[in-house]
Design a protein around this ligand. Structure first.
Ligand SMILES: C[S@@+](CC[C@H](N)C(=O)[O-])C[C@H]1O[C@@H](n2cnc3c(N)ncnc32)[C@H](O)[C@@H]1O
Length: 302
C-alpha cells in the first residue's frame, strides 16, 4: 500500500491567497507611461502623441480621455495600446496610425500613399478664400484633397470644384474624403492640366512637389520612408512642376483669374521669376505664419 500523501499545504498552495491582488492600471497612468516611452524614443511631442494614440487604440475621442482618467484598463485594452506605440517608435507617422489628420476646418482620412497635409498649407487656403469671387475652381496636385475640400467646405454654393492628381493611390484617399464630406468635387487622375484640357477656371490652387533633390535626400527618414516621394521631390532646384505650371497655366485661367501656389521657403525669387518670364501679372510672394516664403500669387497676364 502506498503511504497516504501528506496533507501538509505546500508553500505553492498557501502563497496564493496572501498574494497582493494584481493592480489594474488606470488610463491616466497608462497615458503617462506611454508619453514617457515615446519621449524616451525621441518623439517630439510625446504627451500629445500618447493621447492621440491611446485614444485611437481605445476607440475614444481624445477629449473623452480627459473624462475617464481613472478608468481601469484591462489586459485586453492594453494590447492595442502597445501595438500603436510600437508602430509609432518604428517611425510610422501618428496620422497614418490614427488614419486621420486635421486640416483647416475639416478632418481628412490619410494613410500610406498620400502626403499628410501640413499646417503651412492652410495659408494657401486662407489666401484663396480671400481672393475667390465665385466660378470654377481647379486644385492641381490635390493629394488627400485637403485644399479643394477646404475650399468646397467654405464655399459650397459656388464652384464647380475640380481636382487633379497623378497618383491613383493619393486619389483613393481624396475620394474617401470627398465621400465622407459628401462634397460636390470632381476628382480626376492625370498629369497636371491634361485631365482638364479645354476647360477654364477663375481660381487655380496648387501645392505641387517642390523639394529639391538634395533637400529630399536630407529629409528626416520618417518622411522619406513613409510619405510618397512623388508628393515631395521635384528635380535639382525643386522647380520641375512649378516651371510647367507657369508655362501651361494661363491657358486654363479666365482673364483676371488667380493662380495660387504653395512654394518652398527658399523659392520666393526663383518662382516669381519663372512666372514673370511667362507673362503672368501681379506676381507676388507671401509668407506663412513663421515668416517664410510660402504662397505665390499670380494673375492671368496679357
Ligand atoms: C505636396 S503634395 C500636395 C498634396 C495636397 N494638395 C496637400 O496640400 O496636402 C503634391 C501632390 O502632387 C501630386 N503630383 C506629383 N506630380 C504630379 C503631376 N505631374 N500631376 C499631378 N499631380 C502630381 C502628388 O501625387 C501629390 O499628391
Amino acid at each position: 500500500m502506498r503511504p497516504a500523501t501528506s496533507t501538509r499545504i505546500s508553500s505553492k498552495n498557501w502563497a496564493l491567497p496572501s498574494q497582493k491582488p494584481k493592480t489594474v492600471p488606470d488610463l491616466l497612468s497608462i497615458l503617462r507611461k506611454s508619453a514617457d516611452y515615446l519621449g524616451g524614443k525621441g518623439i517630439d511631442s510625446p504627451r500629445v502623441e500618447a493621447e492621440l494614440l491611446v485614444a485611437h487604440a481605445l476607440d475614444l475621442d481624445r477629449i473623452a480621455l480627459y473624462l475617464q482618467f481613472d478608468k481601469p484598463l484591462t489586459d485586453e485594452s492594453l494590447g492595442p495600446i502597445r501595438e500603436v506605440l510600437k508602430r509609432r517608435v518604428r517611425g510610422e507617422p501618428v496620422q497614418y496610425i490614427t488614419g486621420k489628420a486635421g486640416f483647416y476646418e475639416i478632418e481628412l482620412a490619410v494613410g500610406s500613399g498620400v502626403l499628410i497635409p501640413r499646417p503651412e498649407t492652410e495659408r494657401l487656403v486662407d489666401r484663396a478664400l480671400a481672393l475667390y469671387e465665385g466660378g470654377p475652381v481647379l486644385d492641381l496636385c490635390t493629394g488627400s484633397g485637403a485644399v479643394i475640400l477646404s475650399l468646397w467646405h467654405a464655399r459650397q454654393e459656388d464652384g464647380p470644384f475640380v481636382a487633379v492628381d497623378l497618383s491613383p493611390e493619393a486619389l483613393v484617399w481624396a475620394e474617401k474624403n470627398r465621400a465622407s464630406l459628401e462634397a460636390d468635387v470632381e476628382l480626376l487622375e492625370g498629369d497636371l492640366f491634361a485631365p482638364v484640357a479645354g476647360r477654364t477656371f477663375t481660381l487655380i490652387t496648387t501645392n505641387p512637389p517642390y523639394v529639391t533633390a538634395d533637400e529630399y535626400s536630407r529629409l528626416p527618414t520618417h518622411i522619406r520612408e513613409w510619405e510618397p516621394a512623388l508628393a515631395l521631390e521635384s528635380g535639382p532646384d525643386g522647380m520641375n512642376l512649378l516651371t510647367r505650371i507657369a508655362a501651361e497655366g494661363k491657358a486654363y485661367l479666365e482673364p483676371d483669374g488667380w493662380l495660387l501656389s504653395e512654394i518652398g521657403s527658399g523659392q520666393g525669387s526663383i518662382a516669381k521669376s519663372a512666372f514673370e518670364a511667362q507673362g503672368w501679372r501681379d506676381v507676388s510672394v507671401e509668407q506663412d505664419y513663421t515668416g517664410r516664403d510660402r504662397v505665390l500669387l499670380a494673375k492671368h497676364g496679357a
